[in-house]
Write a protein that binds this ligand. Structure first.
Ligand code: G3P
Length: 222
């Protein structure tokens, strides 16, 4: 199980990378747009912070345009993964991208059928959007489990990224579902890290230690 950071913020990515727990980064147009910076510059900055895969999404809606964008992205850094939406034109683009040996992440996956098509078309990663399915009353993590299971049954090498992760419990569920990767916002990473009983335990150990040292010093003074 690997963790990717779902973020376009260099400070967050740097902080998570320094913790040594993230293997890659996923971005999307919404995340980069919020930053109000140049797309290329920001992606190149991110690709220098992490050596693992960095997903960058195409904006074109036509296969030809997607391939043109993908070729350009691939010149930005060697760890770029091109994110292609799970639409008809996206599938068409996948075929060419496979021939060009450009690695892909098929995004906005909401059904097992879509995940099957993406894998058959040669996607390196698929991203089922868990939170957005939950939002409309479907069990997003159930879909992740179904995809993982189908890929195992048919020996498909496409990796499943549990995406649209909203809280630490989603990460636990992604582990149970057998997702290869969960891509998580920085806030979820913080939520995974902290536990009040850990903080309390650390404080108690320190208090006990200082109390014992204080008693020893008092005895020595007598
Ligand atoms: O990984 C995809 C993610 O960025 C979408 O998350 O919370 O907008 O559904 P969300």
């Amino acid at each position: 199980m690997q963790l990717f950071l779902d973020s376009a913020k260099p400070n967050e990515i740097r902080e998570a990378a320094n913790l040594g727990v993230i293997s890659g980064v996923t971005t999307n147009p919404s995340l980069v747009a919020k930053e109000k910076v140049d797309y290329k510059e920001r992606i190149m900055e991110i690709c220098q912070i992490v050596s693992g895969p960095v997903s960058v999404e195409v904006l074109s809606q036509e296969a030809e345009g997607m391939v043109t964008e993908a070729k350009e992205f691939a010149t930005w850094a060697s760890n770029v993964i091109v994110k292609v939406p799970m639409i008809e034109e996206g599938l068409r683009a996948l075929k060419s991208l496979r021939q060009l040996k450009i690695r892909t992440n098929v995004t906005l996956v909401f059904s097992l059928n879509q995940a099957l098509l993406a894998a058959i078309a040669g996607a390196d990663y698929v991203s089922p959007f868990v939170g957005r399915l939950d939002d409309v009353g479907h069990d997003g993590m159930q879909l992740v489990a179904e995809i993982v299971n189908a890929y195992k049954t048919y020996n498909m090498s496409t990796q499943v990224i549990a995406a649209s992760i909203r809280h630490p419990l989603h990460v636990v569920q992604a582990v149970h579902a057998g997702a290869h990767i969960a891509t998580i916002p920085f806030g979820v990473l913080e939520g995974m890290l902290h536990h009040p009983l850990t903080d309390l335990g650390v404080q108690r150990f320190l208090d006990d230690w200082h109390r014992a040292i204080g008693e020893q010093e008092r005895k020595n003074d007598v």
